[in-house]
Design a binder for this molecule. Structure first.
Ligand code: HSE
Length: 425
């Protein structure tokens, strides 16, 4: 089984190394002799674990090569990765990719080409690095109707929030995440929730049979968070995470959203720290199941790429046909964010004058928002008091309207934070 590898960066190198060092183990598992035949690189002068004649700077040449049976795409980014995957599938070549961006934005189209051409497209490494997620959601949980999914699928943000909880600033923690190699080439994709939304989109299609594009996913990043919010949360028994959330809504749609959220400290995801990823799924038969592990890094991601490789090679060696893609059920649509119901944490800077509390509670009552907890701090040197409110569940639209009105109260100096709360204590 002759492999064409596109991209020899962090993950590509780990894949190439394992293909050379673990060739026997992998070939035995696959029931086929696995050979790293060709690789596309950007820079021919850098040392590689392949001979010069196996390398090319033109990834399309590798896709077209007659001595390549299977393509592994690890270039990342949207183009030319999408075009390369499409070209390989058009030629009937199986493709394995770790490319979350391409899968999120072009997955359905590429899977349609794969289906027409009788070629397989596998992407276990696209979400959650080394954690098996795609295969379990596709096969192992197939009997279930998934009701909700909560995920920590951006290691950079989880790393930053873990360190912010220990007193570091977002900037200091982000610099460390970049040094450790967790962050995207453009770290705004991490901190603004773009990367997590791409990954959630892939999970939503599989877990909920839902039509979903990343553009439909509500996204809010972690940039505006203040360490004070983390510490108030702790006081109330919550931990702050950037969550990717999907849930069946009563109207028959599926909620799909990425935003910072407080989780009860005893929730299984609350204990997932640093660059770790985890996905917590509730199925109607299996109940809650959690997958966790390393969501980024060369070796961990290579582990998922190689799992796909073993699957594809074994099937080809046995001459088995490509398994049919799972039929989409009646399409569930993404529920508009304005209809999503959540509990909310507000932090307000207010004048320390009589009647402030009455005004605040009046606004909440006007919007049918119940109050669950309250903290008030007396004014410090700045002269404004700080009020923290934890509400009961209300529709997003009502919470947003209440926020607007609270901001307009004469005694309000600033709305410092509005953070959604997930899970029940
Ligand atoms: N930037 C990503 C993260 C890398 O931090 O999770 C893995 O997809």
């Amino acid at each position: 089984m002759r492999i064409g590898l596109l991209g020899v960066g962090t993950v590509g190198q780990a894949v190439a190394r394992a293909l050379i060092e673990r060739r026997d183990v992998l070939s035995r598992a696959a029931g086929a002799n696995l050979v790293l035949q060709r690789a596309a690189v950007r820079d021919l002068s850098r040392p590689r674990p392949l001979a010069r004649e196996q390398l090319s700077t033109d990834p399309f040449a590798i896709v077209r090569a007659d001595d390549v049976d299977l393509v592994i795409e690890l270039l990342g980014g949207e183009e030319p990765a999408r075009a390369l995957i499409a070209a390989a599938l058009e030629r009937g070549r199986p493709v394995i990719t770790a490319n979350k961006r391409v899968l999120a934005w072009h997955g359905p189209q590429l899977l349609a080409i794969a289906s027409t051409r009788g070629a397989e497209l596998r992407y276990e490494a696209a979400v959650g690095g080394g954690i098996p997620l795609i295969a379990p959601l596709t096969d192992d949980l197939a009997a279930n109707r998934v009701t909700e999914l909560h995920a920590i699928i951006n290691g950079t943000c989880n790393y930053i929030l873990t360190r912010m909880a220990q007193g570091e600033t977002l900037e200091e923690a982000l610099a460390k995440a970049q040094e450790a190699g967790y962050a995207e080439a453009d770290p705004r994709d991490d901190v603004e929730g773009v990367d997590a939304a791409d990954k959630l989109c892939v999970l939503v299609r599989l877990a909920f049979n839902a039509q979903c594009t990343p553009a439909q996913i509500f996204k809010q990043g972690i940039r505006a968070l203040d360490p004070r919010d983390l510490s108030y949360g702790r006081e109330l028994g919550y931990v702050l995470k950037l969550l990717a959330i999907a849930r069946r809504s009563p109207g028959g749609g599926v909620e799909a959203r990425v935003h910072p959220a407080f989780l009860p400290a005893d929730h299984p995801l609350a204990r997932v720290d640093g660059a770790q990823n985890a996905v917590h799924v509730v199925g109607d038969l299996c109940g809650p199941v959690m997958f966790s592990g390393l969501g980024a890094g060369g070796d961990a991601t290579a582990s998922a790429v190689l799992a796909d490789l073993v699957h594809v090679a074994r099937r080809l060696a046995l001459g088995d046909p490509v398994p049919p893609q799972r039929e989409s059920g009646p399409e569930a649509q993404v529920t508009p964010m304005s209809e999503v119901r959540t509990r909310c944490f507000f932090r307000l800077a207010v004048d320390d004058v009589p009647g402030v509390f009455a005004q605040i509670t009046r606004v909440l009552a006007d919007h049918q928002i119940g109050l669950a907890s309250v903290i008030q701090r007396e004014p410090g040197r700045l002269g404004s008091a700080e009020v923290v409110l934890l509400t009961y569940a209300a529709p997003e639209q009502a919470l947003a309207n209440a926020e607007e009105e609270l901001a307009k109260l004469p005694s309000t100096r600033a709305i410092k934070a509005r953070i959604r709360v997930e899970g029940q204590k």
